[in-house]
Design a protein around this ligand. Structure first.
Ligand SMILES: Cc1cc2nc3c(=O)[nH]c(=O)nc-3n(C[C@H](O)[C@H](O)[C@H](O)COP(=O)(O)OP(=O)(O)OC[C@H]3O[C@@H](n4cnc5c(N)ncnc54)[C@H](O)[C@@H]3O)c2cc1C
Length: 368
């Protein structure tokens, strides 16, 4: 059930815990020689303890007033608009960046760093090193905004003692699950791309948001097999299939996602963020940010976003797929074996894109 949030690692007074990541799992491993049985790790773990969930007090859809922010973001750029406003008001922001092959968290009060955070990384990120620096800022009375996956946001909230919660703001993403970094690395290696050597990697593409300096795994507009398997939920780490955060009530101040099913269809290719606001703290943050806010049809938003209703279920082919990859049968080959129709559809799509009959848009890896 471990989600690798690292709250236990940060809380352990004897450094007895480390996270062991595998291709399809992650686990907190305790060195029993160092463990003093204080129980702090269990106490801080979002998986082993009950989580307090809250109903949203307000729902919005919208996008950043700044077109360049919207262009660089995965959907409407709400995350960056919130982050910039928070820094402008004297706070620090902590979120995920891609750096030297890793998806790590940085804590910053510099608006220039915020740009590097933009974009959804469809892979498990590692927040382990940000716990102590966040607490340190809070102890010095500096507000902190944490933006990350729901399990990680809860890890941070648990690690920080309650007396500092007033200045801690959490934004979580609607999330259907994450493959491990090791799985992504394996996939890229089969395409002779080394993750460690990349300057940047993106997981979504649209014509409006394009940057011609990036290369594609497959033909532009064609979903590569990593993205296909991601969307079909075949490749997540084990814990994601038991996720307790995939529901309408949330544990954060603000939740961000895509406004799937929006009636503002003309705006969709440029990106529309869905924003769920659980607290008055969150509400004031949204109102202060440079965002264009619109009403949202609540029922439609929930209907179009399964992760606001339930946890991703395990695909029937999952076990055989995991066995094949672990036996060295190849990531690309194994994805094709179990998601044949979805993979074959991409060949048809390629023909249509070449004939300029459809736009190249959607989930696909591009890199430089
Ligand atoms: C793994 C994953 C699964 C998702 N699944 C869904 C879904 O099912 N439905 C839905 O509506 N939305 C989903 N999203 C959210 C969506 O992709 C957008 O991130 C969201 O709409 C916010 O968009 P934005 O334009 O405001 O910001 P973005 O440009 O997407 O930036 C989002 C912020 O989140 C941080 N971030 C990005 N990737 C990660 C990561 N792997 N770990 C931690 N932090 C990260 C960035 O650093 C940035 O601060 C998912 C996101 C991720 C990362």
């Amino acid at each position: 059930m471990c989600n690798a949030c690292g709250a236990c690692v940060a809380a352990c007074p004897t450094n007895a815990i480390s996270i062991k990541e595998d291709t399809f799992s992650c686990n907190a491993v305790i060195d029993t020689n160092k463990c003093i049985r204080c129980g702090l790790c269990k106490n801080k773990c979002p998986q082993l303890t009950d989580v307090q969930f809250y109903k949203s007090i307000n729902w919005y859809q919208g996008w950043s007033k700044d077109d360049s922010i919207r262009k660089k973001s995965a959907s409407g750029g709400a995350a960056r608009a919130l982050a910039e406003s928070f820094i402008h008001d004297g706070g620090c922001v902590c979120s995920c960046v891609f750096e030297k092959g890793k998806f790590i968290y940085v804590l910053t009060d510099n608006a220039l760093d915020i740009e590097k955070m933009s974009g959804s990384k469809y892979v498990k990120s590692n927040p382990q090193d940000c716990y102590e620096p966040i607490l340190d800022k809070l102890k010095h009375d500096i507000p902190v905004l944490f933006i990350g996956l729901p399990c990680q946001a809860e890890g941070i909230r648990r690690y920080v003692p309650e007396k500092y919660h007033e200045k801690l703001y959490t934004v979580d993403l609607i999330c259907h699950g994450t493959p491990s970094r090791l799985f992504l690395e394996k996939f890229l290696n089969e395409h002779e791309v080394e993750l460690n050597k990349l300057n940047d990697i993106k997981f979504r593409y649209s014509h409006e948001k394009r940057d011609d300096s990036y290369k594609f795994i497959d033909y532009k507009g064609i979903m590569d097999r990593y993205s296909i398997a991601f969307l079909y939920s075949l490749t997540y780490t084990e814990n994601c299939y038991k996720c307790k955060f995939a529901r309408g009530e949330r544990a954060s101040d603000i939740t961000l996602g895509d406004s799937w099913g929006s009636e503002l269809s003309g705006e969709m290719t440029r990106g529309i963020s869905l924003m769920l606001c659980q607290t008055s703290k969150g509400e004031s943050l949204i109102k202060k940010s440079e965002l264009i806010l619109k009403d949202v049809d609540l029922k439609r938003a929930i209907d179009c976003n399964p992760q606001l209703q339930r946890t991703t279920s395990v695909p029937s082919a999952r076990m055989r797929f995991v066995d094949d990859v672990n036996l060295g049968k190849g990531v690309n080959r194994s994805i094709f074996r179990y998601l044949k129709i979805a993979c074959l559809k991409q060949y048809v799509k390629k023909v249509f894109i070449r004939m300029h009959l459809i736009e190249p848009v959607g989930y696909m890896i591009s890199y430089k």
